[in-house]
Design a protein around this ligand. Sequence first.
Ligand code: GLN
Length: 197
Amino acid sequence: MGGVQPVVGVLALQGAFAAHERALAQVGVATRQVRVPAQLDGLDGLVMPGGESTTMSRLLHTSGLFDPLQAALRDGLPVFGTCAGMILLATTVLDGRPDQRSFAVIDIAVRRNGYGRQIDSFETELDVAGEDRPFHAVFIRAPKVESIGPAVEVLAEHEGVPVLAREGAALVASFHPELTDDARLHRLFVHQTGILK
Ligand code: GLN
C-alpha cells in the first residue's frame, strides 16, 4: 500500500502489551491498542501478549472481541502470540480452565504452566532458525508445547521442545520476546507475514 504505514494492533485487555508496542515501534510499524471490536478495523496484524490466558479469554468475551477477532484470524490476519497469547492461538489447551476458549489458528497442543512450579520462570539462549546469533529468551510460567500438527514449522526449541513456531500467518512463542531489547522476532513477524515489505 503505497506510502501508508502498516498498523499492528496489540491486544490490550490485560498483560504485557506495552513492551510489545515498544518492540513494534523499534521495527518501524505503527501500533494500536485493541480493547473493543472497532479497533480491529483496518489492522495489518495483531500481537497477543503474555499475561493470564484465562483472564484474557474472559475479557475477550465481555469486550465482544472474541467473535470478530476469530473471523479476522480465519481470514488470515497475521498474528504473533507470546506466552498467554500462544495459548489463545492454540488448537488444544491442556490444564486450561473449562470455560477457557482459544482461536485454534495454530495446530499445537500446549499445557498451561507446563514447565512446572519449581522452575516456573527461567531464561535461556535460543538458536532461532535463520538468525545468526542466539536470542535471549525469558520464560514466565510458560506454556509447554506437547504436540504439533504437520503444517507447523518449528523455528526454535528448548531441550527438544518447540518454543517458537509458525503456521500460515500465525507465529507463536512460549517465551516473552518483548521483555528484552532485541526486536528481531518482531521484525521476523512483520517481514514473514508481509506486513512490512
Ligand atoms: N501461565 C499463563 C497463562 O496460563 C501464561 C503466562 C504468561 O503469559 N507469562 O495464561
